[in-house]
Design a protein around this ligand. Sequence first.
Ligand SMILES: NC(=O)c1ccc[n+]([C@@H]2O[C@H](COP(=O)([O-])OP(=O)(O)OC[C@H]3O[C@@H](n4cnc5c(N)ncnc54)[C@H](OP(=O)(O)O)[C@@H]3O)[C@@H](O)[C@H]2O)c1
Length: 292
Amino acid sequence: MGPGALGRVFAAALARVARVALVARGEEGARRLRAGYALRGPDGAESFVYPEAFAGDDAPDARWAIVLVKGPDTEAAAHTAARLASAGVLSLQNGWVLERLRAAARGVMADQGATTAAAWRQGEDVVWEAAGHSWLPPGFAELAQMMTAAGLPAEVSADIDEARLQKLAVNLLLNPLTAVLRIKNGDVLREPAWRMVRELAREMTPVLRGRGLSLQEAEVLELTARVARATADNISSMLADVMAGRPTEIAEITGVLLSWGGEEGVRLPQHQALYHLVRALEQVDRGQPLQQ
Ligand SMILES: NC(=O)c1ccc[n+]([C@@H]2O[C@H](COP(=O)([O-])OP(=O)(O)OC[C@H]3O[C@@H](n4cnc5c(N)ncnc54)[C@H](OP(=O)(O)O)[C@@H]3O)[C@@H](O)[C@H]2O)c1
């Protein structure tokens, strides 16, 4: 579900080991996909992919569905995914969409994992930057095996909450700040950005630990620095979204943290400020007047 950067990569890779339907929003998108797209793999090799692509209404029944839409599109995609898939619906989206996913995918096992696979679009074509590693929730072992065989290393994690929370922690520290400051991931390691990262980490770590994160503040910073170094030349998906005038996943990332903080009576003023700044940037980059 979702023929964007990651969806195109997953469809192309999984087609080596299984029959795959790539599900677009509508027939027009599906028709464009059937015309094919170029894929540059992590090893630099180029291939041309002709997926079996469908609009949601016309898509065939499936054993598994993988949701790879952006956060705001979760409900619509999960609803269709649950109608098609008999074994389960897996989200590998960024941010925290678990409750929304399950509510929309009632009647079938639905859960959220985490992935460090990376890809970006160039028009219809896609650059598959890294195969990364994916952590899947219990119940998704068959899918993890298929992904691994397809070149997308995956494992079932008994402590999937930890994997999800660690991914969320890194996204909370890198995505909004890089979008607001318009800097590459590696630039957060320089002052004064790194000081802001430290303050954001101090503010949020107790809330994330209250949700089950095992890492201490210093370990959260260490993990974030590792990711920033490994992706130093990349721009974050949130920066890419604001620059392209697309909606961001700020609600699924910082918005979720703010609502968890609210439930526990914890104030998160710096995350709150970033949330409002990204919301404003979404409007500015779309050429819209600022609104509440
Ligand atoms: N790209 C990465 O490297 C990466 C890495 C880790 C995690 N992620 C996460 O994975 C998710 C997808 O990321 P992405 O970069 O692949 O996003 P993307 O390029 O924006 O692709 C999302 C795709 O979903 C389609 N879509 C939206 N609603 C749909 C629906 N109801 N049915 C079918 N298709 C629908 C969109 O169609 P339209 O074009 O018509 O809007 C678009 O093609 C995000 O949560 C992201 O944070 C991405």
